[in-house]
Design a protein around this ligand. Sequence first.
Ligand SMILES: [Zn+2]
Length: 379
Amino acid sequence: MNLNQTRLFDDKLLHLVLVPLSDFGLNINHIINGLRMTTIHRIETRTPFPIDRVNCYYIKDSAPTLIDAGVNTDESFDEVESAIKKAGGTVEGLKKIILTHAHSDHIGLVARIVELSVAEVYIHKWDASKMADDGESGFIERIDRFRRFFLQTGVPESVIEKTLSSIFDRFRLFYSGFSGVKPLEGGEIFSFDDFCLEVIHTPGHTPGSICLFDRENGTFLSGDTLLEKISSNPLVELGTLAKEVDYRSLEQFMSSLHVIEALPVIKVLPGHGGPFSDHRKRVGELFTHHEDRINQVFNILKDNEAPLGTGSGMTLFSVASAIFGRLEGIDLFLGLSEAKCHLEVLEKKGLVLSQKQGILKVYFLENSPGKSVRDIVSA
Ligand SMILES: [Zn+2]
């Protein structure tokens, strides 16, 4: 570990970014003795969502740390508490909680744990605003943002209200807001007694998704960015961030995969499912999955070809329905996200055009004779 390469960005974080020399000496001793005193314990907890289970990780250390924090249910809390106890610690003794991204199955228990402990909570700054409890007005504003998105994408009005209540019940029931997070930027180093975790910003699944990498031992905590059996969704960003940083989820996700592919990872500890190795094989499968999906979206538009200006292009809802069939609840948002992020890539490559028609946004194929979509997309 070369401390000179550490990026210092915020005085408040200095204590964890720069390892005090005495501690560093201790670390070296541990490594020289070949001892790995610290263990990362995987805690798998239940969620009420179709994904079923989510992982958090407990690091037994002189600064006991939890990576991610399940959903906010008594059952999930009990599972976390008893697993920490079994590992020889206590929830009350937690000093840090590091969150890989702000989804309710990963951040649910934060407020409850902080009430019981003195834990500091870290999350990337691009996901930090999603953690806050912004009261009733903030909640209504969030719902409005989703309502506008559904209207623009052509979701029938009869479906919109039902979908909104199912999405926001999920949010309200399984997460209680938390303010006071310490924002990360990527590049920070969390130092433990005998190893370090480097924060790697991997936007795509959410703008503020991070992975944590132990460079010395090759352990990679991947959050939802790299899962073995599920291709995680690059989700539409409906906050103001998307405009501020020109955020396109799939484009960002692909660059994050390139970053991950280059890392000397030995073992992946994911947000869902068991540990796995051969991260490059999994990254390769995801590249293929998204290329195939881009082709599929291109062909859907081709099959529904309508000249620009005829007012009969395809809405996002019709593209998503052509891919997935009938979509409901949160799956509708996930399906629209999937269709949108692939259309964004095609649009950026000049293969697709979009046009506003009243409140609707519709998509048309921009014919590019002689070129295959695969050639253009991978160029
Ligand atoms: Zn997630």
